[in-house]
Design a protein around this ligand. Structure first.
Ligand code: PMV
Length: 320
């Protein structure tokens, strides 16, 4: 069979307000609403081709076990009405499975690529639905700029374009390049089953989301920062209370958090967030990037190559 091939570039969706937990495990529907930015600077390049044997996905040269990608490719076949298998290779320009939302860019690229290969033109919400079956945060990466994925929703929605807040930056502090000990999907299920804080998290998260939306619309970083901090700290709270607890923090993550807290005390508008991993992402304004970088290099011992400056960027791009 002559196979068709497509190459796609997609970037991670970094949540300012987090999705954490599932309202439906089988369909991978989120229990909480999230608000995120698809960022520049970090990206996945994926090559997807049709094949007639069995699905195969490699990320950075490592084969992904079939049980992890099966729900995604099965959903592609049933939703796009095709009866074909896929072979995909994805390469990230940043550490994978380390809390930088690599699954969001990988599955957004795959959903886009599989859709292109059908030759039909599924709408973006359908591509977002497909991406969600790989990883719920990938449903957001299908859109550029600011996007939202509402609790229980099958697809993410675009919120504001990548040009809406031109001086906003997200500085990514890489504190460790090791793969995380527990996948976010497994961590969420474990937390939902064993953490006494999980039920309250699901309730309070909606208020964070509602307020953060307003702050982004008003481009108010000071108020947005408070919502971002509450969101990731409460998410971590559910993990610390799980049995056994889950801890993604590393000593250097705490150093970064402390440095950012001290910068805030000195009047710099900088607000950190974290995901299921040790990396810290800092929302700030472009005019303060130099000072924040200098403080992180000095106080948290981060080399310049471990500080990546990003900003809201485009959704997936077809490379050919
Ligand atoms: O989409 P997943 O299964 O990789 O989970 C993402 C979870 C967080 O990164 C912690 C939060 C989020 O909204 O992206």
């Amino acid at each position: 069979m002559a196979s068709k091939i497509v190459r796609i570039k997609a970037s991670p969706s970094i949540a300012l307000v987090k999705y954490w937990g599932k309202s439906n495990v089988e369909y991978n529907l989120p229990a909480t609403s999230s608000l995120a930015i698809t960022v520049t600077g970090l990206f996945t390049e994926a090559q997807i081709e049709e094949c007639d044997s069995e699905d195969k996905l490699t990320i950075d040269g490592l084969e992904v076990p079939p049980q992890r990608h099966r729900p995604f490719f099965d959903s592609v076949r049933s939703n796009l009405g095709v009866n074909i298998c896929y072979r995909a290779q994805a390469q990230n320009n940043f550490p994978s499975s380390a809390g930088l939302a690599s699954s969001s860019s990988v599955y957004a690229a795959l959903a886009e690529g599989c859709s292109v290969l059908t030759g039909k033109q599924p709408d973006r919400k359908q591509i977002s639905r497909l991406a969600r079956m790989g990883s719920a945060s990938a449903a957001r990466s299908v859109w550029g700029g600011f996007s939202v994925l509402r609790a229980g929703s099958e697809h993410a929605d675009p919120m504001l374009s990548e040009n809406y807040w031109p001086d906003l930056r997200l500085l990514v502090a890489i504190t460790s390049r090791s793969r995380k000990p527990v996948y976010s999907r497994d961590a969420m299920l474990h937390v939902a089953e064993t953490s006494p804080y999980y039920k309250s998290w699901v309730v309070v998260a909606e208020e964070n989301f509602r307020r953060a939306i307003q702050c982004v619309r008003e481009r108010n970083l000071q108020l947005l920062g408070g919502q971002m901090r509450a969101s990731y700290m409460r998410m971590f709270g559910t993990m610390f209370a799980a049995d056994p607890p889950i801890n993604y923090l590393k000593p250097q993550s705490l150093k970064v958090i402390e440095t950012i807290e001290n910068l805030r005390l000195s009047g710099i508008n900088a607000w950190e967030t974290m995901d299921a991993g040790p990396q810290v992402k800092i929302a700030c304004l472009v005019k303060d990037v130099g000072q924040i970088r200098a403080a992180l290099e000095k106080k948290a011992n981060l080399g310049p190559h471990n500080l990546i400056e990003t900003k809201p960027g485009p959704g997936p791009i077809i490379l050919g």
